[in-house]
Structure formats: C-alpha cells, structure tokens
Design a protein around this ligand. Structure first.
Ligand code: NAD
Length: 444
C-alpha cells in the first residue's frame, strides 16, 4: 500500500539532455531537491544563468520557478552532484554504435565513476534506453569500486519530445524494473505524486523493463511503417489512405492513433531503438525479420515524394523549393534523423535551391547546412520566388494557412505535402497542384 505522506528527496540526474533536464525539472517541481550533472560545460554554464538549451513546451516555467526557489541545481562535477542523493538517475546517451547496437560507453563510464564516490546506500536508476542485461552490467561496474550497498533499477522513459513535460508529469504508466524491495519502496514514493489519478506504476524484473521500452518504440515504428506501406499501395490501386485510416481506426483493437501516413518516422528514438532491438536480437541468434523490413521501408519512405518532384519538374536544376518544417515532428527543435534533412540533401544534390522555415528548429539546421540553404523568418517568406512548397513537418501553423496569401506568394501553386495536411477537395477547388501520400494527386 502506498503511504499518503512522502519525504522529499535529494536526487541527482546524470546527463542533462532532453530526458535528464525534463526529469530533473519535474522531480524538482514535486518538491525534491535535484542536481543535474553534465560534462558539457557550456550547457551547465547556461543553465546556471537560467538559459535553457532546448525548447520544450512548459519547461521554462517549471525550470525558472524551481531554480529560483532553490530546488534545482546544475554542475559539471559528478562528485558534487551526488552528495546526499538518495537516488541517482542516469539519463545518458545510448547512440547507435558502428554495428547499430546501443553504445553503452556513456552509461558504463558514469557507472564506473560512481563506484568510488558512493558513501551510503543509493538507488541508481537507469532512464536511458538500454538493451536487456544493462542493469546487470551497470551494477557490476559500480561494484568494482563501491564500498557501500546500492541497487540498480531500470526505469525506461516514455516521454515524447514536444509534450515531454506533460508526459512526465502525467505518465500513462511508469515502468520500474527491480527485484529489490528497498529500491521499490523508494521509487514508489518518488513517483506517487505523478500517478495520483490512478495510472499504474508497473513493477517487473529489470530485463523485462529494459525490453518493454524497445518493444514499445519498435511497435509504434512498425505501426507507422505499416500505414505508410498501405498508403503506397493506395496510390497504386487508386484508394484513399485517409478513408482506409478512418475505416480501420474505428476498430478498437487497432485504435485511432499512430495511423497517419507520411514521409516516415525520424527523431532520436525510433530509428536507433528499432535498429538496436534488431541488433540485440541478432546477438542472441534471433532473426527479427519484421524490424529489418520496418527499417528498409522507412528509409525509402523518407524520400517517397522525390520521384514525383522529379517527374513534375523534369530537372530540379535552378528550381527553388520552399520547405515548411525541419524538425522530425512538431513542437520540438530536434532534427535528429528528421525526414526534412534527407529531402534537403536530395534537393541540393539535384541542383535546387532550398528556402526553409521552421518555428523552432532553424538554428539547429543552420549548424549543419550553414548558408547552403536559406532560412526564412516566416512561412510565407519562404515561398517568395519558390517553384513549389514542400511540407516535411506537421506544425499546427502550417495546417490552416491563408490559401489566398499562399497563392499570391507561390504563383505556381504546386505543393508536395509529406504530411497530408490539406483536404483534397479544397485543393481542387483552389486550383492547386497537390501531391500527398497515399491519396489522389490533384492537378490544378
Ligand atoms: P541527449 O543527447 O539530449 O542528452 C544526453 C546528455 O548526457 C548530454 O547533455 C551529454 O552531454 C550528457 N553526457 C554524456 N556523457 C556524460 C557524462 N559522462 N556525464 C554527464 N553527462 C554526460 O540525450 P536524450 O535525448 O536526453 O536521451 C538520453 C537517453 O534517454 C537515451 O538513451 C535515449 O534513447 C533515451 N530517451 C530519449 C527520449 C527523447 O525523446 N529524447 C525519450 C525517451 C528515452
């Protein structure tokens, strides 16, 4: 039974990226004292000055409040960050290694560093997405130099970028892998304020918790990819993916979410997690065939509109393309594995000029492309002198544009829509030439 009172705790979060910063800030918001640690000195300097390194809806309010009220601290020194901490979270990168498997070097490095620094019992919680068996590896690494008792718990994170704070504050479920009653009690207390509406904290063994995260992301990537293949088939047989989507989404066994067709999934999680699960299955001689197909289809899907762009223009040399949306999905500035970038590369390779707009991600894209593409203050500005509009990300502000203004700014009235934002009959009526995914092409 969960007790009604809880002790506020001292918590350390090692790794202050998307997950670490949101985790630390939200734990501070529920009254705990949190120190976030990162090796990136510039990031920590800025955080100490009140400057956030990422855009995430609602984060700034919590961040400033908790910093002001003395519950949220930042340091580059691990030894300083973990003083008196009852729980130490690891929110470290687990990028794909050369062979596609999750690279554990960051996680194991910190585990090794922690060992000699521990002075009292502590729960080390792994929030990074890691392959089955990592908790045991982390525990072994800490044990090499630790002189005190500790537990290692797997607590994979399910927040979605763009709604990360909301997801963290009101999780649909919290997955906790531990077989230690002592650790279980501490984690249960910590998460109690986040599940007051009755959403479950699901306890299981460490290995199952680690696999739960990969299974969830791989399932969602598969669902998206399946719909993209149905969309591609729709184009060949003259069916409409939106009708099919609504038709199957009303079946409660399938559900309405994650059924939208488009130019593929991207981001920092799906691509790497699908790849890592397929690889880790291969390591134990299990051939995960579906995941191989998912990766192959998604690679092609990211540039699914390109053949139609090329067919429409003949040659792209000297053409100007306005691109709306650069982030891998709306409400984030994250551009990791963003389909937009794959399309920009193709446009540049074919000799086209790209004028881009994104509400949040332009600074990040500028770091990669410099002046190879033009960045525009507003979406309509990107259309100036453009031969076509290409939509990569479904930001709300692109959903209901002023079509009159759009027509004036883009006299060619040609749109390639990788996110199926507009109604076909409206496009027909307005006289646009409109290409989308899994739907009839409208010729204006
Ligand atoms: P990130 O790259 O944004 O942040 C990781 C941070 O760790 C960086 O700031 C880096 O400087 C820091 N770091 C590296 N080595 C360090 C060390 N030795 N000591 C202290 N700090 C160190 O990564 P992220 O997106 O926050 O992801 C972290 C983990 O969470 C990954 O395993 C990821 O798969 C998982 N995850 C991410 C998301 C997401 O939406 N981003 C969601 C759920 C799970």
């Amino acid at each position: 039974m969960r007790l009604n009172f809880r002790e506020d705790m001292k918590i350390a979060v090692v790794g202050t990226g998307y997950v670490g910063l949101v985790t630390g800030t939200c734990f501070a918001e529920t009254g705990n004292t949190v120190t976030c640690v990162d090796i990136d000195e510039g990031k920590i300097d800025n955080l100490n000055k009140g400057i956030l390194p990422i855009y995430e809806r609602g984060l700034a309010t919590f961040f400033h409040r908790n910093q002001r009220e003395g519950r949220l601290f930042f340091t580059t020194r691990l030894a300083e960050g973990i003083v008196d901490a009852k729980i130490i979270f690891l929110a470290l990168p687990t990028p794909p290694g050369e062979d596609g498997s999750a690279d554990l070097k960051y996680v194991l490095k910190v585990a090794g560093d922690l060992g000699p620094l521990l002075t009292d019992y502590v729960v080390v919680v792994d929030k990074s997405t890691v392959p089955v068996g990592t908790s045991e590896k982390v525990a072994a690494k800490i044990r090499e130099k630790a002189k005190v008792e500790f537990d290692v718990v797997s607590n994979p994170e399910f927040l979605r970028e763009g709604v990360a704070v909301e997801d963290f504050m009101k999780p649909e479920r919290v997955i906790v892998g531990t077989q230690s009653a002592r650790a279980k009690k501490i984690i249960d207390q910590l998460y109690a304020p986040f599940v007051r509406q009755g959403n479950p904290i699901i306890f299981m063994d460490e290995r199952s918790a680690e696999l739960t995260k990969y299974a969830a992301n791989s399932f969602l990537a598969t669902k998206i990819t399946f719909m993209n293949e149905i969309a591609n088939l729709c184009e060949v047989v003259g069916a409409d993916i939106d009708a099919v989507r609504i038709g199957i989404g009303t079946d409660s066994r399938i559900g309405k979410r994650f059924l939208f067709a488009g130019i593929g999934y991207g981001g920092s999680c799906f691509p790497k997690d699908v790849q890592a699960l397929e690889k880790s299955a291969g390591d134990v001689n299990y051939d995960f065939k579906i995941l191989k197909a998912v990766m192959e289809v998604n690679e092609i899907q990211k540039v699914a509109l390109m053949p139609r762009v090329k067919k429409h223009f003949g040659s792209l040399k000297g053409k100007t393309i306005a691109m709306w949306g650069l982030s891998f999905k709306p409400h984030t500035d994250d551009i990791r594995e963003a389909p937009a970038l794959y399309n920009i590369d193709q446009f540049l390779k074919e000799g086209a000029r790209v004028k881009a707009h994104d509400p949040e991600a332009m600074d990040n894209v500028r770091k990669i492309y410099g002046d190879k593409i033009e960045f525009c203050e507003g979406p309509y500005q990107a259309l100036h002198e453009a031969d076509a509009l290409f939509i990569s990300t479904e930001w709300p502000e692109y959903r209901t544009p002023d079509f009159e203004k759009l027509s004036l700014a883009l006299p060619s009235k040609v749109i390639f829509d990788g996110r199926n934002l507009y109604d076909l009959s409206a496009m027909k009526e307005l006289g646009f030439t409109y290409f989308s995914i899994g739907r009839e092409t409208i010729y204006g």
